[in-house]
Design a binder for this molecule. Structure first.
Ligand code: TYM
Length: 356
């Protein structure tokens, strides 16, 4: 990044108020309602959302404004918004204690994003690798929203002055930009410590789950091959079939971490097993060293079905009860608005907008 630097170890004055309440800080994170949720979303993000809720005050957002940076079918967008909310609930997030909501229910996200569009520099945005990936070859035809997306993501976080953001590894660059926007805003408006310098929370054995068909490519909602990913709503047969067809190599299972690292398909499956079993990857490598892939795949199928089956089942049940899911989102939206509005008012005063 250009004229600002991020200092990871800077003390965060925003944390004191949370510490007094026995908490480590405030979390915001989001998931796009653009296609089926997969194992990467779960292990890299949603499972951690649930695990963090005892230590942090949490807001978990279905980011529908982000979704429309690329074309969406309106009916499907609405249905998928419910599906993500159902996944949050099925993963064990307590909607009474924490906040589950849809981004478009809180206008302050978009309002702060405009201010951030004027703080962020074009040079910063030009470095965003995800824009380059998503825009593809014909960058001229990408929406302006897709280009500005990371400034809206910064607004999602900072409209609540969130101190921590759990995400998968692919969002790291966007979080660095969020820090740079916060630092520049605080400097430009001589408002030291106005926005916190947010810490990413990237942890677990599967911070970057790769495609089952190609261990060098990220598992993604947009991969045309259904066999590249395990969806959270897949049943036991589908999970078994996808693991059976997962790409491997002709050698026996790796026997050291160094060996696994050279074999991306095997390494990915080992990481998935470790995350699902809550074990260190080294322990999993030791347990299956030198065995045949078929034996390992049997064990992986068993644990995947045991861990994901109940979540998929609960999601299916919740999706048959849209009234309940909508009530959760409505209540979460109201509570999120109540938190965001005073912070937006402070921003507007700080920027110099007249409040007559
Ligand atoms: P999205 O919707 O692409 O993904 C949601 C979460 O899942 C993680 N993830 C993965 N983790 C491990 N392996 C994978 N293969 C994998 N694929 C996805 C993502 O890192 C993410 O944590 N820009 C965000 C959404 C967003 C957001 C925010 C996140 C909007 N505003 C504010 C945090 C805070 C996105 O597109 O995630």
């Amino acid at each position: 990044m250009p004229d600002v630097t991020t200092t990871a170890a800077a003390p965060n004055p925003h944390l004191a108020a949370y510490a007094a309440r026995g908490l480590k800080g405030r979390i915001l994170s989001g998931v796009q309602p653009t296609g089926n949720l997969h194992l990467g979303n779960y292990l890299g993000a949603i499972r951690n959302f649930a695990r963090l809720q005892d230590d942090y005050e949490c807001l978990y957002c279905v980011v529908d404004l982000h979704a429309i940076t690329q074309p969406q079918d309106p009916a499907q967008l609405a249905a998928q918004t419910r599906e993500i909310a159902a996944a949050f609930l099925a993963a064990g997030i307590d909607a009474k204690k924490q906040i589950i909501f849809a981004q478009s229910l809180v206008p302050a996200h978009a309002q702060l994003a405009w201010v951030f569009n004027c703080v962020a520099r074009v040079g910063w945005m030009n470095r965003m690798t995800q824009f380059k990936e998503k825009a593809g070859k014909d960058r001229e035809a990408a929406s302006l929203g897709l280009y500005a997306y990371p400034a809206l993501m910064a607004a999602d976080i900072l409209i609540y002055k969130a101190t921590h953001v759990p995400v998968g590894e692919d969002q790291k660059q966007h979080l660095e930009l969020t820090r740079d926007i916060a630092i520049k805003f605080n400097n430009d408006f001589k408002a030291p410590d106005f926005f916190p310098i947010t810490e990413p929370l990237i942890f677990g054995a599967a911070t970057r789950v790769m495609s089952l068909r190609d261990g060098t490519k990220k598992m993604s909602k947009s991969d045309p091959s259904e066999f590249s990913r395990i969806n959270l709503t897949d049943d036991a047969d589908a999970i078994a079939g996808k693991i059976r067809r997962a790409k491997t190599d002709p050698h026996p299972m790796p026997d050291t971490a160094a060996d696994a690292e050279k074999r991306p398909d095997a390494d990915n499956l080992l990481g998935i097993y470790a995350a699902l079993a809550d074990q260190e990857k080294d322990a999993v490598i030791a347990a299956f060293a030198g065995k045949q892939f078929s034996e390992f795949k049997g064990a992986l199928t068993e644990i995947a079905v045991a861990k994901l089956g109940p979540i998929g089942g609960e999601m299916q049940r919740l999706m048959k009860d849209p009234g309940h899911v909508d009530a959760v989102l409505r209540d979460g939206g109201e509570r999120a608005r109540a938190m965001a509005e005073p912070i937006l008012a402070e921003v507007y005063r700080t920027v110099g907008f007249l409040r007559p």
